[in-house]
Design a protein around this ligand. Structure first.
Ligand code: NIG
Ligand code: FE
Length: 399
Protein backbone atom coordinates (compact mmCIF):
# COMPACT_ATOMS: atom_id res chain seq x y z
CA UNK A 1 0.00 0.00 0.00
CA UNK A 2 1.02 3.60 -0.59
CA UNK A 3 0.01 6.33 1.85
CA UNK A 4 0.48 9.97 0.87
CA UNK A 5 0.04 11.67 4.21
CA UNK A 6 -0.14 15.09 5.88
CA UNK A 7 -1.10 16.86 2.66
CA UNK A 8 -2.13 20.50 3.07
CA UNK A 9 -4.97 19.90 0.58
CA UNK A 10 -6.38 17.25 -1.71
CA UNK A 11 -8.23 18.88 -4.63
CA UNK A 12 -10.25 16.93 -7.17
CA UNK A 13 -13.09 17.66 -9.59
CA UNK A 14 -16.36 16.96 -7.76
CA UNK A 15 -18.93 14.26 -8.50
CA UNK A 16 -18.59 11.27 -10.81
CA UNK A 17 -19.98 12.64 -14.08
CA UNK A 18 -17.99 13.25 -17.26
CA UNK A 19 -17.67 15.44 -19.17
CA UNK A 20 -18.34 18.39 -16.87
CA UNK A 21 -20.24 21.29 -18.43
CA UNK A 22 -21.23 24.80 -17.40
CA UNK A 23 -21.13 25.49 -13.66
CA UNK A 24 -20.20 21.90 -12.86
CA UNK A 25 -16.77 22.52 -14.42
CA UNK A 26 -16.08 24.80 -11.45
CA UNK A 27 -17.11 22.34 -8.70
CA UNK A 28 -14.26 20.98 -6.64
CA UNK A 29 -13.95 18.65 -3.66
CA UNK A 30 -11.35 20.07 -1.31
CA UNK A 31 -10.08 18.21 1.77
CA UNK A 32 -7.59 19.91 4.07
CA UNK A 33 -4.98 18.16 6.24
CA UNK A 34 -5.56 15.09 4.14
CA UNK A 35 -4.28 11.73 2.92
CA UNK A 36 -4.56 9.63 -0.23
CA UNK A 37 -4.35 5.86 0.22
CA UNK A 38 -3.58 3.52 -2.67
CA UNK A 39 -3.48 -0.25 -3.05
CA UNK A 40 -1.41 -1.33 -6.02
CA UNK A 41 -2.35 0.89 -8.93
CA UNK A 42 -5.70 1.97 -7.49
CA UNK A 43 -6.82 4.68 -5.04
CA UNK A 44 -8.74 3.14 -2.13
CA UNK A 45 -9.45 6.17 0.08
CA UNK A 46 -9.12 9.94 0.32
CA UNK A 47 -9.83 11.68 3.59
CA UNK A 48 -8.79 13.82 6.52
CA UNK A 49 -5.72 12.79 8.51
CA UNK A 50 -7.80 12.57 11.69
CA UNK A 51 -9.95 9.90 9.99
CA UNK A 52 -6.99 7.82 8.75
CA UNK A 53 -7.71 4.17 9.59
CA UNK A 54 -4.98 2.05 11.18
CA UNK A 55 -3.14 0.18 8.44
CA UNK A 56 -1.61 -3.30 8.67
CA UNK A 57 0.97 -4.82 6.39
CA UNK A 58 3.52 -3.10 4.19
CA UNK A 59 2.83 0.60 3.83
CA UNK A 60 5.10 2.90 1.86
CA UNK A 61 4.62 6.44 3.16
CA UNK A 62 5.09 9.63 1.15
CA UNK A 63 5.45 12.80 3.22
CA UNK A 64 2.97 15.33 1.84
CA UNK A 65 3.77 18.17 4.26
CA UNK A 66 3.72 21.58 2.60
CA UNK A 67 2.20 20.11 -0.56
CA UNK A 68 -1.19 19.47 -2.16
CA UNK A 69 -2.43 16.54 -4.21
CA UNK A 70 -4.35 16.89 -7.48
CA UNK A 71 -5.20 14.16 -9.99
CA UNK A 72 -2.49 13.12 -12.44
CA UNK A 73 -2.88 15.46 -15.40
CA UNK A 74 -4.25 14.17 -18.70
CA UNK A 75 -2.89 15.67 -21.91
CA UNK A 76 -5.48 14.74 -24.54
CA UNK A 77 -3.82 16.49 -27.52
CA UNK A 78 -0.11 16.23 -28.33
CA UNK A 79 2.07 15.54 -31.36
CA UNK A 80 4.95 13.80 -29.55
CA UNK A 81 5.98 11.45 -32.38
CA UNK A 82 8.49 13.65 -34.16
CA UNK A 83 12.25 13.81 -34.56
CA UNK A 84 14.40 16.92 -34.72
CA UNK A 85 13.15 20.40 -33.93
CA UNK A 86 12.13 23.61 -35.68
CA UNK A 87 14.22 26.12 -33.77
CA UNK A 88 15.41 27.72 -37.03
CA UNK A 89 11.81 28.30 -38.10
CA UNK A 90 11.02 29.60 -34.62
CA UNK A 91 13.78 32.17 -35.04
CA UNK A 92 12.48 33.15 -38.50
CA UNK A 93 8.99 33.59 -37.08
CA UNK A 94 10.42 35.85 -34.39
CA UNK A 95 11.55 38.17 -37.18
CA UNK A 96 8.21 38.14 -38.94
CA UNK A 97 7.82 34.97 -41.08
CA UNK A 98 4.27 33.54 -40.92
CA UNK A 99 3.51 29.96 -39.78
CA UNK A 100 1.20 29.22 -42.72
CA UNK A 101 3.65 30.89 -45.13
CA UNK A 102 6.53 28.63 -43.95
CA UNK A 103 4.27 25.61 -44.43
CA UNK A 104 3.29 26.71 -47.95
CA UNK A 105 7.02 27.02 -48.82
CA UNK A 106 7.62 23.35 -47.87
CA UNK A 107 8.89 24.08 -44.36
CA UNK A 108 6.70 23.77 -41.28
CA UNK A 109 5.10 20.34 -40.84
CA UNK A 110 6.95 19.03 -43.91
CA UNK A 111 10.37 19.84 -42.49
CA UNK A 112 9.48 17.71 -39.45
CA UNK A 113 8.28 14.97 -41.83
CA UNK A 114 11.76 14.91 -43.38
CA UNK A 115 13.47 14.71 -39.97
CA UNK A 116 11.07 12.04 -38.70
CA UNK A 117 11.47 9.82 -41.78
CA UNK A 118 15.26 10.17 -41.49
CA UNK A 119 15.22 9.15 -37.81
CA UNK A 120 13.64 5.76 -38.58
CA UNK A 121 11.76 3.65 -36.06
CA UNK A 122 14.53 3.55 -33.42
CA UNK A 123 15.12 7.29 -33.53
CA UNK A 124 11.41 7.90 -33.33
CA UNK A 125 11.00 5.61 -30.33
CA UNK A 126 13.81 7.42 -28.52
CA UNK A 127 12.20 10.79 -29.33
CA UNK A 128 8.77 9.73 -28.04
CA UNK A 129 10.35 8.43 -24.80
CA UNK A 130 12.21 11.71 -24.34
CA UNK A 131 9.08 13.79 -24.93
CA UNK A 132 7.08 11.55 -22.60
CA UNK A 133 9.71 12.18 -19.89
CA UNK A 134 9.32 15.94 -20.30
CA UNK A 135 5.54 15.68 -19.95
CA UNK A 136 5.81 13.45 -16.88
CA UNK A 137 8.03 15.96 -15.08
CA UNK A 138 5.23 18.48 -15.52
CA UNK A 139 2.63 16.15 -14.04
CA UNK A 140 1.17 14.50 -17.13
CA UNK A 141 0.42 10.91 -16.16
CA UNK A 142 -1.66 10.07 -19.25
CA UNK A 143 -0.85 11.43 -22.67
CA UNK A 144 -2.43 11.12 -26.06
CA UNK A 145 -0.19 11.55 -29.06
CA UNK A 146 -0.88 11.81 -32.72
CA UNK A 147 1.19 10.45 -35.55
CA UNK A 148 1.26 12.70 -38.62
CA UNK A 149 4.96 13.31 -39.29
CA UNK A 150 5.47 10.14 -41.33
CA UNK A 151 2.73 10.49 -43.92
CA UNK A 152 3.91 7.22 -45.42
CA UNK A 153 3.00 3.71 -44.38
CA UNK A 154 6.13 2.74 -42.45
CA UNK A 155 6.66 5.85 -40.37
CA UNK A 156 2.97 6.43 -39.62
CA UNK A 157 2.69 2.87 -38.25
CA UNK A 158 6.06 3.17 -36.46
CA UNK A 159 4.81 6.40 -34.85
CA UNK A 160 1.65 4.73 -33.56
CA UNK A 161 3.64 1.78 -32.16
CA UNK A 162 6.15 4.11 -30.48
CA UNK A 163 3.33 6.08 -28.82
CA UNK A 164 1.58 2.91 -27.65
CA UNK A 165 4.80 1.36 -26.36
CA UNK A 166 5.63 4.54 -24.41
CA UNK A 167 2.27 4.17 -22.63
CA UNK A 168 0.48 6.82 -24.66
CA UNK A 169 -2.92 6.80 -26.31
CA UNK A 170 -2.27 6.70 -30.08
CA UNK A 171 -4.27 8.79 -32.56
CA UNK A 172 -3.69 8.34 -36.28
CA UNK A 173 -3.30 11.83 -37.73
CA UNK A 174 -3.03 10.40 -41.22
CA UNK A 175 -4.46 13.58 -42.68
CA UNK A 176 -2.00 16.15 -41.31
CA UNK A 177 -0.43 17.40 -44.56
CA UNK A 178 0.12 16.20 -48.12
CA UNK A 179 3.59 14.61 -48.39
CA UNK A 180 5.95 15.88 -51.10
CA UNK A 181 5.83 12.66 -53.16
CA UNK A 182 2.10 12.99 -53.89
CA UNK A 183 0.46 15.62 -56.09
CA UNK A 184 -2.65 16.49 -54.20
CA UNK A 185 -4.72 15.94 -51.10
CA UNK A 186 -7.20 13.57 -52.77
CA UNK A 187 -4.44 11.31 -54.07
CA UNK A 188 -2.87 11.26 -50.61
CA UNK A 189 -6.17 10.36 -48.92
CA UNK A 190 -6.68 7.54 -51.44
CA UNK A 191 -3.26 6.18 -50.49
CA UNK A 192 -3.71 6.64 -46.73
CA UNK A 193 -7.11 4.94 -46.62
CA UNK A 194 -6.07 2.02 -48.84
CA UNK A 195 -2.53 1.37 -47.58
CA UNK A 196 -2.31 2.66 -44.00
CA UNK A 197 -5.78 2.66 -42.39
CA UNK A 198 -6.23 -1.14 -42.10
CA UNK A 199 -3.07 -1.45 -39.96
CA UNK A 200 -3.37 1.95 -38.27
CA UNK A 201 -6.85 0.96 -37.02
CA UNK A 202 -5.31 -1.99 -35.17
CA UNK A 203 -2.97 0.24 -33.15
CA UNK A 204 -4.68 3.63 -32.87
CA UNK A 205 -7.76 4.45 -30.79
CA UNK A 206 -8.74 7.54 -32.77
CA UNK A 207 -8.24 9.30 -36.09
CA UNK A 208 -7.64 13.02 -36.58
CA UNK A 209 -7.55 15.43 -39.54
CA UNK A 210 -6.16 18.94 -40.04
CA UNK A 211 -9.16 20.69 -41.60
CA UNK A 212 -7.77 24.05 -42.71
CA UNK A 213 -6.93 26.08 -45.81
CA UNK A 214 -3.61 24.79 -47.11
CA UNK A 215 -4.25 21.36 -45.54
CA UNK A 216 -7.50 19.36 -46.08
CA UNK A 217 -10.94 20.73 -46.97
CA UNK A 218 -14.27 19.64 -45.49
CA UNK A 219 -15.03 17.18 -48.30
CA UNK A 220 -11.64 15.49 -47.93
CA UNK A 221 -11.97 15.46 -44.15
CA UNK A 222 -15.42 13.85 -44.42
CA UNK A 223 -14.09 11.12 -46.70
CA UNK A 224 -11.10 10.39 -44.44
CA UNK A 225 -13.09 10.46 -41.19
CA UNK A 226 -15.98 8.35 -42.51
CA UNK A 227 -13.58 5.58 -43.52
CA UNK A 228 -11.82 5.81 -40.15
CA UNK A 229 -15.13 5.62 -38.28
CA UNK A 230 -16.09 2.56 -40.34
CA UNK A 231 -12.77 1.00 -39.29
CA UNK A 232 -13.78 1.46 -35.64
CA UNK A 233 -11.78 4.58 -34.74
CA UNK A 234 -13.01 7.44 -32.53
CA UNK A 235 -12.99 10.70 -34.51
CA UNK A 236 -11.26 13.98 -33.70
CA UNK A 237 -10.60 17.09 -35.76
CA UNK A 238 -8.17 20.00 -35.84
CA UNK A 239 -10.69 22.71 -36.64
CA UNK A 240 -11.05 26.50 -36.75
CA UNK A 241 -7.33 27.07 -36.04
CA UNK A 242 -6.94 29.90 -38.56
CA UNK A 243 -10.27 29.96 -40.42
CA UNK A 244 -13.72 28.42 -40.07
CA UNK A 245 -13.98 25.69 -42.70
CA UNK A 246 -16.97 23.72 -41.39
CA UNK A 247 -15.09 21.58 -38.84
CA UNK A 248 -17.72 21.94 -36.11
CA UNK A 249 -20.64 21.00 -38.35
CA UNK A 250 -18.68 18.02 -39.67
CA UNK A 251 -17.68 16.91 -36.16
CA UNK A 252 -21.33 16.98 -35.07
CA UNK A 253 -22.54 15.25 -38.25
CA UNK A 254 -20.05 12.39 -37.83
CA UNK A 255 -20.37 12.06 -34.04
CA UNK A 256 -16.74 13.02 -33.40
CA UNK A 257 -15.39 12.92 -29.84
CA UNK A 258 -13.74 16.35 -30.10
CA UNK A 259 -12.86 19.32 -32.20
CA UNK A 260 -9.62 20.95 -31.20
CA UNK A 261 -8.07 24.46 -31.53
CA UNK A 262 -11.12 26.75 -32.18
CA UNK A 263 -9.13 30.00 -32.19
CA UNK A 264 -11.28 31.23 -35.11
CA UNK A 265 -14.65 29.95 -33.84
CA UNK A 266 -17.51 32.46 -33.86
CA UNK A 267 -20.87 32.62 -32.06
CA UNK A 268 -22.61 30.12 -34.29
CA UNK A 269 -19.90 27.52 -33.72
CA UNK A 270 -20.05 28.11 -29.96
CA UNK A 271 -23.82 27.56 -29.94
CA UNK A 272 -23.56 24.43 -32.09
CA UNK A 273 -20.84 22.88 -29.91
CA UNK A 274 -22.74 23.67 -26.72
CA UNK A 275 -25.80 21.82 -28.03
CA UNK A 276 -23.72 18.78 -29.06
CA UNK A 277 -21.85 15.86 -27.52
CA UNK A 278 -18.56 16.99 -29.11
CA UNK A 279 -15.92 18.19 -26.64
CA UNK A 280 -14.17 21.49 -27.42
CA UNK A 281 -10.43 21.08 -26.79
CA UNK A 282 -8.69 24.42 -26.31
CA UNK A 283 -4.93 24.78 -26.80
CA UNK A 284 -3.84 28.18 -25.44
CA UNK A 285 -0.10 27.40 -25.69
CA UNK A 286 -0.50 27.05 -29.45
CA UNK A 287 -2.36 30.37 -29.76
CA UNK A 288 0.30 32.05 -27.62
CA UNK A 289 3.22 30.47 -29.48
CA UNK A 290 1.87 31.60 -32.86
CA UNK A 291 0.66 34.99 -31.61
CA UNK A 292 -2.92 34.13 -32.58
CA UNK A 293 -6.21 35.06 -30.92
CA UNK A 294 -7.14 32.88 -27.94
CA UNK A 295 -10.02 30.39 -28.36
CA UNK A 296 -13.37 31.49 -26.86
CA UNK A 297 -13.13 29.12 -23.89
CA UNK A 298 -15.13 31.30 -21.48
CA UNK A 299 -18.03 31.64 -23.92
CA UNK A 300 -17.92 27.88 -24.63
CA UNK A 301 -18.13 27.00 -20.92
CA UNK A 302 -20.87 29.57 -20.28
CA UNK A 303 -22.88 28.28 -23.24
CA UNK A 304 -22.70 24.76 -21.78
CA UNK A 305 -20.11 23.11 -24.05
CA UNK A 306 -17.84 20.38 -22.69
CA UNK A 307 -14.38 22.01 -22.68
CA UNK A 308 -11.01 20.26 -22.29
CA UNK A 309 -7.55 21.84 -22.06
CA UNK A 310 -4.39 20.41 -23.65
CA UNK A 311 -0.86 21.47 -24.63
CA UNK A 312 -0.81 20.63 -28.38
CA UNK A 313 2.87 19.81 -27.74
CA UNK A 314 4.58 19.78 -31.16
CA UNK A 315 7.74 21.27 -32.73
CA UNK A 316 6.02 23.95 -34.82
CA UNK A 317 3.03 25.60 -33.19
CA UNK A 318 3.43 24.74 -29.48
CA UNK A 319 6.80 23.54 -28.18
CA UNK A 320 5.23 23.23 -24.74
CA UNK A 321 4.88 20.03 -22.71
CA UNK A 322 3.52 21.68 -19.54
CA UNK A 323 -0.14 21.39 -18.58
CA UNK A 324 0.48 23.56 -15.47
CA UNK A 325 1.60 26.33 -17.84
CA UNK A 326 -1.59 25.75 -19.86
CA UNK A 327 -3.58 26.10 -16.61
CA UNK A 328 -1.86 29.47 -16.09
CA UNK A 329 -2.76 30.50 -19.62
CA UNK A 330 -6.33 29.31 -19.05
CA UNK A 331 -6.57 31.55 -15.98
CA UNK A 332 -4.79 34.58 -17.43
CA UNK A 333 -5.85 34.44 -21.11
CA UNK A 334 -9.03 32.34 -21.31
CA UNK A 335 -10.74 33.65 -18.16
CA UNK A 336 -11.22 30.17 -16.72
CA UNK A 337 -10.83 29.79 -12.97
CA UNK A 338 -8.04 27.52 -11.66
CA UNK A 339 -10.75 24.96 -10.77
CA UNK A 340 -12.19 25.04 -14.29
CA UNK A 341 -8.71 24.70 -15.77
CA UNK A 342 -7.97 21.68 -13.54
CA UNK A 343 -11.23 19.95 -14.46
CA UNK A 344 -10.57 20.65 -18.14
CA UNK A 345 -7.17 18.89 -18.10
CA UNK A 346 -8.24 16.00 -15.85
CA UNK A 347 -11.84 14.75 -16.02
CA UNK A 348 -12.78 16.33 -19.33
CA UNK A 349 -9.52 15.35 -20.99
CA UNK A 350 -10.01 11.81 -19.69
CA UNK A 351 -13.47 11.86 -21.29
CA UNK A 352 -11.90 12.82 -24.64
CA UNK A 353 -9.70 9.72 -24.29
CA UNK A 354 -12.64 7.51 -23.24
CA UNK A 355 -11.13 6.89 -19.79
CA UNK A 356 -13.09 9.11 -17.39
CA UNK A 357 -14.22 6.11 -15.32
CA UNK A 358 -10.60 5.36 -14.35
CA UNK A 359 -8.49 8.55 -14.52
CA UNK A 360 -8.89 12.29 -13.96
CA UNK A 361 -10.08 12.23 -10.33
CA UNK A 362 -8.70 11.40 -6.92
CA UNK A 363 -11.45 9.00 -5.92
CA UNK A 364 -11.65 5.38 -4.75
CA UNK A 365 -11.48 3.02 -7.72
CA UNK A 366 -9.53 5.46 -9.86
CA UNK A 367 -5.96 4.80 -10.96
CA UNK A 368 -3.39 5.96 -8.43
CA UNK A 369 -2.07 8.80 -10.63
CA UNK A 370 -1.34 11.72 -8.33
CA UNK A 371 0.48 15.03 -8.78
CA UNK A 372 1.90 16.78 -5.73
CA UNK A 373 1.95 20.56 -6.03
CA UNK A 374 4.77 22.17 -4.05
CA UNK A 375 2.62 24.73 -2.23
CA UNK A 376 0.02 24.72 0.55
CA UNK A 377 -2.72 25.95 -1.83
CA UNK A 378 -3.22 23.72 -4.85
CA UNK A 379 -4.13 26.71 -7.05
CA UNK A 380 -0.40 27.43 -7.33
CA UNK A 381 -0.68 24.87 -10.17
CA UNK A 382 -2.17 27.70 -12.28
CA UNK A 383 -0.79 30.67 -10.33
CA UNK A 384 2.90 29.85 -10.81
CA UNK A 385 3.48 31.02 -14.39
CA UNK A 386 5.88 28.49 -15.84
CA UNK A 387 7.40 27.78 -12.43
CA UNK A 388 8.70 24.56 -10.96
CA UNK A 389 5.37 23.77 -9.32
CA UNK A 390 5.14 19.97 -9.55
CA UNK A 391 7.07 18.52 -6.61
CA UNK A 392 6.30 14.83 -7.14
CA UNK A 393 4.44 12.59 -9.56
CA UNK A 394 2.93 9.18 -8.70
CA UNK A 395 1.94 6.97 -11.64
CA UNK A 396 -0.15 3.87 -11.09
CA UNK A 397 0.77 3.86 -7.39
CA UNK A 398 4.52 4.20 -8.07
CA UNK A 399 6.23 7.42 -6.86
O1 NIG B 1 -2.01 21.29 -33.90
N1 NIG B 1 -2.18 22.49 -36.96
C1 NIG B 1 -1.72 21.41 -37.25
N2 NIG B 1 -0.91 20.65 -36.54
C2 NIG B 1 -0.21 21.05 -35.36
C3 NIG B 1 1.06 21.72 -35.66
C4 NIG B 1 1.99 20.86 -36.35
C5 NIG B 1 3.31 21.45 -36.64
O2 NIG B 1 3.45 22.67 -36.84
O3 NIG B 1 4.25 20.65 -36.68
C6 NIG B 1 -1.09 21.87 -34.45
O4 NIG B 1 -0.90 23.08 -34.26
FE1 FE C 1 -2.54 19.75 -32.78
Amino acid sequence: MLLIRDLAQVATPAGRAAPLRGEALGDIDLVEDAFVLCDGDTITAVGRMRDLPSLDGDVLEVDGRGQCAVPGLVDCHTHAAFAGDRVDEFSLRASGAGYEELHARGGGILSTVRATRAAGEDGLRAAVERHRGWMLRHGTTTFESKSGYGLDRDIELASLRAIRDAGGVPTWLGAHAVPPELDDADAYIDFALADVLPDAARIAEAADVFLERGAFDAGQARRYLTACRDAGLVLRLHGDQFTEQGAIALAIELGARSVDHLEATGDEGIRALAASEVTAVVLPASALFLGRPMPPARALVDAGAAVALATDFNPGSAFCESLPLCCSLAATQLRLSPVEALSACTVNAAHVLGRADRIGRLAPGHRADVVLVGATDWRHLAYHLGGDVVSRVIVGGVP
